[in-house]
Unconditional design. Structure first.
Length: 265
């Protein structure tokens, strides 16, 4: 990577890139990894994981050039984090302490993980305030929220799911699925009422509530909404392709038929 970014002999395109400009390519590589997993194509997955790793190396190289951090720093940071967040595996917070058994459940592991993350965030914010504080500055105390580390850049569906799971961990949740179903019905009714107003802003808001509640319903049904929706998309594509193939075998195209005929197929 250092050679690709070499000012004299490197690649012009690679030299033009920045941490910001790489973001779309990183997202694309992540989706290609997911696509390979969906297709259960392990050869493609191997290739796509390499592409994703390349993105990590690319970011680290640019950061090194700017004096921010190196790839070694990244590797050390994640190693330290994993040890710190697995006290049941590394009781003394060292690799050397590995080897003792623990009766902890996976549910408790998740609870401990979140608690440790909150401690880390609080310490990080305190450090940031300390670095920026001067005698003439007054800093407003910032409450550490359980939502602070849920990335805003996540796709809306995935972010909604994460926000709901975070809220549920502190008891902000329904006890069973029945009230969620009722809430979804209420939200759909409110959306229908909004349609009658022809107020697009209100219509958008009510549809957002419908979608948010539908995701919550999926969570209560132990369904991963992203996976469920991807599966629904694929079923739709497969069914539509079957219709196209059937029409083609009859010497017809989609433009030769109407919705009623398509529905019969």
């Amino acid at each position: 990577m250092a050679m690709l970014r070499d000012q004299e002999y490197g690649c012009p395109w690679d030299l033009e890139q920045s941490i910001v400009s790489l973001v779309p390519y990183t997202l694309e590589e992540v989706y290609e990894v997911v696509d390979a997993i969906d297709k259960n194509d392990m050869l493609e997955l191997e290739d796509e994981l390499g592409d994703l790793l390349f993105q990590v190396i690319f970011y680290a190289q640019i950061a090194r050039e700017e004096g921010l951090f190196t790839f070694d720093d990244v590797a050390k940071a994640i190693t330290t984090k994993l040890i710190r967040r697995h006290p049941h595996v590394f009781p003394d917070s060292t690799v050397e302490s590995f080897g003792s058994t623990s009766d902890i459940s996976s549910d408790q592991v998740v609870i401990n993980w979140e608690a440790i993350k909150q401690q880390e965030k609080a310490k990080k914010q305190n450090r940031q305030r300390g670095k920026g504080q001067t005698k003439n500055q007054k800093f407003t105390e910032t409450i550490v929220s359980i939502f602070d580390d849920v990335p805003r850049a996540l796709p809306a569906l995935e972010r909604a799911h994460k926000l709901q799971k975070r809220a549920a961990r502190v008891g902000f949740d329904w006890n069973d699925i029945a009230p969620v179903i009722n809430r979804l019905k209420e939200e759909i009714a409110e959306f229908e009422s909004a349609l009658a107003t022809q107020d697009q802003q209100q219509i958008n808001a009510e549809m957002g509530d419908v979608l948010f509640t539908a995701i919550n319903l999926a969570r209560h049904g132990s369904v991963e909404p992203e996976i469920a929706l991807r599966s629904a998309n694929q079923r739709f594509v497969e069914r539509f392709k079957w219709i196209e193939s059937t029409l083609y075998s009859q010497g017809q195209t989609l433009h030769d038929t109407n919705l009623e005929q398509l529905d019969q197929l």
